[in-house]
Design a binder for this molecule. Structure first.
Ligand code: GLA
Length: 691
């Protein structure tokens, strides 16, 4: 709901439990009034007449209070907007007009030829904010920096910052630390979202998993980005974020051109970290992820089983075994195209390797379908190996700086997707591929960062950083429109491209190349802070874990770990024993039973995977609930604690489907469920149904 004051200068957006209010002063400064529990318009109006502090001249009363601090004038904070013309830099805007729909507010400002529109849209308790910049003048403008939004927190003491940091094969690890004066900057200057940080922060003062106020902000952008959290000299906290990492030039807007920033979404919750996560999950399922009401199938992926050494017959063998254990989607990973027999060649040539698949992909796809599974393939369209027909024909289609080395990472270069000819080539190749065989699923990878991101000959070569992301999105959108039954997975060496932008056009993401089931618990715990299990792909692979750490784990532990997301299998099934295959079949069957709860239910993190003890998650949907619990190591004299469940009706009784026991809701909530785990690396699934 959106309300505006009679003066037309105070606005209040209200969601189910929260409100957001802003006020325009007589001097056209746009001030932040409120973000937090729901308030009335009269409350916002009362806030609007409170005078600003008297801070001159070494501090500015505007700092820490403006909705979108521009560069210039009495401001010393990091500007959200920095614009340069041939004559000057900075912005002095005048308010022009506002437009209001049911849940959306647009505030339009103008500075000479530049029109700045601030957008606000309520989605439940999530406020989506973004900014549009239009050049309606005659001369070009340069956007040095154009953040999506700046968020302002209320005056409180002792803010803490939560973030999700990581690296390849160790993504999305949660850290929480006190915020101090100055700035904390996270981001990526790599051209993609990056493994190093998920574009999300949360701020609280005294929240727990169950209770307390949490403010969260998440950016929907799959290129370089930056989020800066600043504690200002008067202890106020602001969070500003947007596309691009540096302030050295984002885009040039010629006369008539415009740029719309990505969405920077904000969420307030007073239900603790758990409640905030559930609100983020619900938001993404309702407003971001396409078709999130459809459950994702159990997949098999061939990568860890075969790596580059693949053949049609071997894939058929794997497919037969996958079908026999209940897999629903069979995905052929890298190595099926061009001369791709290692990572040294073939990227860019998206035609089937006829030595390996003499009849193309269709015979295998048909066989996979005959086995009752869907068929998927791996691609990495934005890249090229120098050893490829594409590169030999078009060496100028990559990002490069004239006269400089072309840095190869994993023996590959990045195609310049800002070029229309490259866009059309990729569209042609991928459209033809999806038309050539009955393909239901595409795993879309991105396996190196930008390094020499130049575009010789273009008058403003740095625009390729932004244009690449737009072209990537446009290509995905166009392919989805032309092939509406094909699902897409976002992968970037595991979790290097996970954000609200890519999730708006993909069906799931590859969480991490780390498939070790114990390491995964921490990665999944971090991932769940912002994203739902519905998109979190997780595979059961071989033991010992050959890819990474050599850890030995039971099939039980591996399955229960992977069942916390979109279950997949990625081991070499041709080497699994009959007993292992039979056990796997039972786990897959069990997963299919709990899948609606995992993928669509409310998720409660009962115990975080810290230390070497017990951790657990619970999912609740309607009358059913399921608990997945893992014990890393048992120490004598330290009993495994009972798990206090969440989201149940204290007055109801629940039947355990594993043991037939009847539990009282109040007892489960207040005294807990005993999970009976023992020894090292044990795990269990406990299903309960309200009776
Ligand atoms: C990346 C992915 C892996 C696999 C390989 C193939 O590393 O994350 O899952 O697809 O590429 O080369």
């Amino acid at each position: 709901m959106l309300e505006s004051s009679a003066t037309g200068r105070t606005w209040l957006l209200t969601g189910p439990t929260s409100s957001y209010a802003v006020h325009l002063t007589e001097g056209d400064e746009l001030l932040h009034l409120h973000w937090g529990p729901a308030i009335a318009l009269a409350d916002a109006e009362a806030l609007a007449v409170r005078p600003l502090p008297d801070y001159w001249p070494f501090e500015s009363p505007l700092d820490g209070r403006e909705e979108y601090p521009v560069e210039g004038g009495p401001r010393f904070v990091r500007p959200a907007l920095s614009v340069r013309t041939d004559e000057r830099r900075g912005t002095e805007w005048r308010f022009e007009a506002y437009e209001a729909d049911a849940d959306e507010l647009r505030l339009r400002f103008r500075d000479a030829g530049l029109v700045v529109t601030l957008h606000y849209r309520m989605r439940g308790d999530v406020v989506e904010r973004w900014t549009t910049l239009e050049n309606r003048g005659d001369d070009p403008l340069e956007l040095l920096r154009a953040d999506s939004a700046t968020w302002t927190l209320p005056d409180r003491e002792d803010w803490r910052l939560s973030q999700l940091h990581g690296r390849w094969a160790a993504e999305s690890r949660l850290v929480r630390a006190p915020l101090t004066y100055g700035e904390k900057v996270i981001g990526s200057r790599r051209g993609h979202t990056g493994h190093q940080h998920l574009p999300w922060v949360a701020l609280d003062t005294d929240a727990t998993e169950e209770r307390g106020e949490v403010y969260g902000c998440a950016l929907g952008w799959s290129g370089s980005w930056r989020i800066a959290v600043a504690q200002l000299p008067d202890a106020r906290v602001q969070i500003t974020g947007g596309a691009g990492y540096d302030d050295s030039g984002l885009l040039r807007l010629a006369a008539g051109e415009s740029f719309s920033t990505p969405v920077f979404a904000g969420l307030w919750s007073d239900a603790g970290f758990g409640g905030a996560s559930r609100a983020w999950h619900a938001y993404q399922r309702a407003h971001v992820i396409p078709g999130a009401d459809q459950d994702r199938p159990v997949l098999f992926n061939s990568w860890e089983a075969t790596e580059f050494d693949i053949s049609e017959e071997q894939q058929q063998n794997l497919a037969r075994r996958a079908a026999a254990i209940g897999v629903e989607l069979f995905v052929v990973d890298d190595g099926w195209f061009g001369t791709r027999t290692s990572d040294r060649a073939g990227l860019g040539d998206w035609t089937v390797n006829r030595d390996r698949f003499p009849g193309g992909l269709k015979p295998l796809a048909d066989q996979v379908h005959a086995l009752g599974m869907q068929f998927g393939i791996w691609v990495e369209p934005e890249m090229v190996n120098p050893d490829s027909d594409l590169y030999r024909a078009h060496p100028d289609w990559v990002q490069y700086q004239p006269g400089r080395k072309r840095t190869e990472l994993r023996n590959q270069l990045v195609l310049n997707l800002a070029r229309e000819d490259v866009q059309e080539y990729l569209w042609g190749q991928l459209d033809a591929l999806l038309s050539s065989a009955p393909i239901d699923y595409v795993k879309w990878d991105f396996n190196r960062c930008f390094t020499d991101a130049g575009w010789p000959g273009d008058p403003y070569p740095q625009r390729l950083w932004v244009d690449h992301v737009h072209a990537f999105y446009a290509l995905l959108d166009r392919l989805r429109a032309a092939h509406p039954d094909v699902a897409f997975e976002s992968c970037s060496g595991g979790g290097g491209r996970i954000d609200l932008g890519v999730l708006g056009r993909t069906d799931q993401v590859w969480t991490s190349d780390n498939t070790d089931p114990l390491d995964r618990l921490a990665i999944q715990h971090g991932f769940s802070q912002i994203h739902p299990a519905r998109v979190m792909a997780a595979w059961v692979t071989d033991s010992p874990n050959a890819m990474l750490n050599g850890r030995v784990s039971s099939l039980r532990f591996r399955f229960v770990s992977a069942m916390a997301g979109v279950l997949g299998v990625g081991g070499d099934l041709t080497r699994w024993t009959e007993e292992e295959l039979a056990e796997a079949r039972e786990w897959v069957e069990l997963y299919k039973g709990i899948r609606p709860l995992v993928q669509r239910g409310d998720q409660y993190r009962l115990r975080a995977p810290q230390g070497d003890g017990l951790s657990a998650v619970q999912y609740v949907l309607g009358d059913e609930t399921v608990v997945l619990a893992w014990l890393q190591a048992q120490r004598h004299g330290e009993p495994v604690p009972a798990l206090r469940l969440r989201g149940l009706d204290p007055t109801a009784s629940y039947e355990c489907r594993e043991t037939g026991e009847i539990h009282r809701g109040a007892v489960l909530l207040h005294h807990g469920l005993r999970v009976g785990l023992r020894g090292d690396m044990d795990a269990t699934v406990i299903r309960l149904r309200r009776i």
